[in-house]
Design a protein. Structure first.
Length: 234
């Protein structure tokens, strides 16, 4: 079987729970560390699927690898190779397909409920009305042409969309306890500067009941990753 390419854009924003899930179903991943200068591959058919993680940068920043990633996403989708994106990854997918990415009215940092939008959302995230997800973003994406809206929160309307076997998310379903604790340390300045916004939690608040919250989030993530894995192309 071909490996799944996982694109890491920041050292602390690795594959997280999706790596655990893929290992559990016997799939190999290959981490492409953009943050350390790895080259963006040209041929998506070398992989069974493409997975894009988060990052502190904007898709609108003049970074040399962003146009290459956008072109790769388009080639993968044209070749029917499934693509999944988390936060920055979802924004990259939206921009690749002609959508826009810009400032959300507020920052979302920490735990916040998202609501499923209809039957298609349940196919991806399970038979539930909503779930408590983790968030860390100040920008948001529009829905590209042909996309089905899947998730929303009261602070960010576009939390996820799908086109066929491709899934783009603004929220972070891949989180592990270790990742959350690490982000709380590395993100202290951003938390402090945005603390006046009611959509921004303190580091202490983010780590409250962390074990139970992450366990529940993994159950949702497993639904999404299982659905996405059905489309892997070996």
């Amino acid at each position: 079987m071909k490996p799944i390419a996982v694109f890491r854009h920041s050292l602390t924003e690795g594959p997280g729970h999706i790596a655990t899930y893929m290992k559990g179903i016997g799939r190999d991943i290959k981490v492409i560390a953009i943050d350390r200068g790895d080259v963006v591959p040209h041929d998506p058919t070398a992989f069974a699927g493409l997975c894009f993680m988060g990052g502190p940068m904007s898709v609108n920043d003049p970074l040399p690898w962003i146009p290459e990633v956008l072109a790769l996403i388009r080639r993968a989708m044209d070749a029917d190779i499934p693509v999944i994106g988390h936060c920055l990854g979802g924004q990259l997918m939206s921009k690749a397909l002609g959508g826009t990415v810009g400032a959300n009215p507020v920052k979302e940092i920490g735990w916040r409920d998202v609501t499923l939008k209809g039957t298609a959302a349940r196919e991806w995230f399970g038979d539930r009305e909503g779930f408590l997800s983790f968030h860390w973003h100040g920008e948001t994406f529009s829905l590209p042409d042909g996309a089905t809206h899947l998730l929303a929160s009261d602070a960010c309307t576009h939390q996820a969309w799908a086109i066929g076997k491709h899934l783009a998310m603004q929220c972070h379903i891949e989180m592990t306890e270790a990742m959350i604790r690490e982000w709380c340390v590395g993100g202290q300045k951003e938390i402090r500067e945005a603390s006046a916004q009611p959509t921004v939690q303190s580091a202490e608040g983010m780590q409250q009941d962390i074990e139970a919250r992450v366990t529940a989030l993994h159950a949702v993530a497993d639904c999404a990753y299982a659905k996405w894995s059905e489309g892997l192309k070996d």
